[in-house]
Write a protein that binds this ligand. Structure first.
Ligand code: ATP
Length: 133
């Protein structure tokens, strides 16, 4: 029986994290789910939110903009459009992104613009919340 997991968080432009961990808590669409070593193979869609992982009793947090989690052979692979460690979040940048998204939503353009602005707004709010916890 393995006692640890390998967690890798990848975005189109970088490997955000590649680390041996004891536990991963991921923001699934139906709520947070936990992954311990020796988990069965599993694939899940993620929502915008915070992923937690534990190494030796210390918990760390990573913002993920949705994506997928794949678990197989004690490896947890997270594929996301964007992700960053919560301590690296620039709150001022997220506040500005939130204001821009709110302005775009107020300007009633087409539905695709509105959906993109809504997604940007959710990312900005989730980033601000992640830093306030
Ligand atoms: P912005 O409009 O400020 O770029 P966004 O939600 O459109 O926000 P993303 O497309 O999710 O940004 O991410 C683009 C890149 O910028 C990613 O590498 C992401 O990690 C980083 N990033 C976005 N917002 C922040 C932030 N507030 N603090 C730190 N890094 C950020």
């Amino acid at each position: 029986m393995e006692k640890s997991l390998h967690l890798e968080i990848v975005t189109p432009d970088k490997v955000v994290l590649s680390e041996t961990v004891d536990y991963v808590g991921a923001p699934g669409f139906e709520g947070e789910f936990g992954i311990l070593p020796n988990h069965i193979p599993f694939l899940a869609a993620l929502r915008i939110g915070t992923l937690h992982y534990k190494v030796g009793g210390k918990t760390s947090d990573v913002f993920v903009s949705g994506g997928f989690a794949e678990i197989s052979d004690n490896k947890v692979s997270i594929l996301a459009e964007s992700a960053e460690r919560v301590e690296d979040i620039d709150v001022e940048r997220a506040r500005k992104a939130k204001e821009r998204a709110e302005m775009r939503l107020a300007q009633e353009r087409d539905r695709i613009d509105a959906a993109r602005a809504q997604a940007a707004l959710q990312r900005a709010i989730a980033r601000i919340n992640a830093r306030n916890h």
